[in-house]
Design a protein around this ligand. Structure first.
Ligand SMILES: [Zn+2]
Ligand SMILES: [Zn+2]
Ligand SMILES: [Zn+2]
Length: 346
């Protein structure tokens, strides 16, 4: 029997379609060979991007020249740009100038690298740069929310194959985050607790959807997972905004995300994926009800008519099954997944 499950925060429903339950090998991934060539993010091509906003680079090297290991540049085709943003009524409709910021964070000078094969140290530098840019933008006028995200693979929307993440700062609180705020606030009003902290407690007790855990972080497949092998990465200590992340948390976050990406890569043959940060909007850092987290979605299914029509997503892999696979896959020997018995797991 298929099962409808409700996300306790957003109140959205998903269908866990047990009848067409799918295992990792049911999602064949075609690996596109990286083409390389004329890439604006490769070292030596610094003049092919707008001037850098920030870089972590060797002492004595100049701006916009090689010697960097992390480099942040404005997006050449920005979705939003610095400026004022007053809403304006145009007859029946509402508009406002597209004010904000759009930056690209180049995660490595090496074209053929990825989160799955970076060193832990390099991953830590990436998240360190996320924090630096977050803290720099949070105080700018007009900015209400900072969205950091990563698209890996063409199917997930990456138009350039060089490893990078992006940051878009918006002049309003985006609907997805507004929904999480409303849901978590109303839970707090009735229960007096942070719903995310409660979820951490629940997942740690139940263990069936747990993927990994270290001192500061937890990775689990959410109860109402929208996508096969969806995972959430959450800090165990209550913290509303990513802006507040401490160095020791950065280290644990890097290690646990590296492990999660490597497990997903091993299990599903380096699938395209999106990774999105959800953090408290500007001015909400002290919210007792909101709790920042990362959501990772491998892009294995297609959102089609039913999903677009209803907002109800059909997920063919129960999160309990996904979590079991992710727990058991060996990072060094991804191919061992074939040895897992499907009957045993399902
Ligand atoms: Zn490149
Ligand atoms: Zn919390
Ligand atoms: Zn979220």
């Amino acid at each position: 029997m298929p099962e409808l499950r409700q996300d306790p925060i957003t109140k959205k429903w998903v269908i866990i379609a047990t009848e067409r339950s799918k295992r990792p090998s049911d999602f064949p991934i075609k690996q596109d060979k990286k083409k390389g060539g004329n890439c604006p993010f490769c070292k030596g091509n610094e003049d092919k991007t707008p001037p850098e906003i920030m870089a972590y680079r060797e002492q004595g090297t100049n701006r916009d020249t090689p010697g960097w290991w992390i480099r942040v540049v404005p997006n050449k085709f920005p979705a939003l740009q610095p400026g004022a943003s007053e809403p304006e009524k145009q007859n029946f409709y509402l508009t406002r100038p597209g004010a904000g910021a759009h930056e690209v964070l180049v995660e490595s000078p090496e074209h053929n690298s990825s989160l799955a094969n970076h060193s832990t140290q390099q991953i830590r530098e990436i998240f360190h740069a996320w924090r630096d840019r977050y803290q720099a933008l949070v105080n700018q006028d007009e900015i209400k929310y900072i969205q950091i995200f990563k698209n890996e693979g063409a199917v997930a929307g990456a138009s350039l194959e060089h490893p990078h993440s992006q940051l878009i700062a918006t002049p309003l609180i985006p609907p997805v985050v507004a929904e999480e705020l409303t849901g978590s606030q109303s839970y707090h009003e009735t229960q007096g607790k942070c719903i995310y902290c409660e979820m951490i407690k629940q997942e740690t007790q139940e263990k069936t959807r747990l993927v990994a855990e270290n001192e500061h972080f937890l990775v689990f497949c959410p109860f109402a997972s929208r996508f096969p092998f969806e995972t959430w990465v959450i800090t165990k200590q209550h913290q509303a905004s990513f802006e507040e992340i401490k160095d020791e948390q950065l280290q644990d976050m890097s290690e646990i995300i590296q492990g999660t990406i490597q497990k997903t890569a091993g299990l599903l043959n380096y699938p395209p994926y999106n990774m999105v940060l959800h953090s408290a909007p500007v001015g909400y850092n002290n919210a007792a009800y909101y709790h920042w987290h990362l959501e990772i979605f491998p892009r294995l299914t297609i959102v089609a008519g039913f999903e677009w029509g209803t907002g109800i997503i059909i997920n063919p892999t129960p999160p309990e099954t996904a979590a079991k696979y992710l727990r058991e896959v060996s990072i060094d020997h991804g191919q061992e997944k074939e040895e897992l018995s499907w009957q045993e797991i399902h």
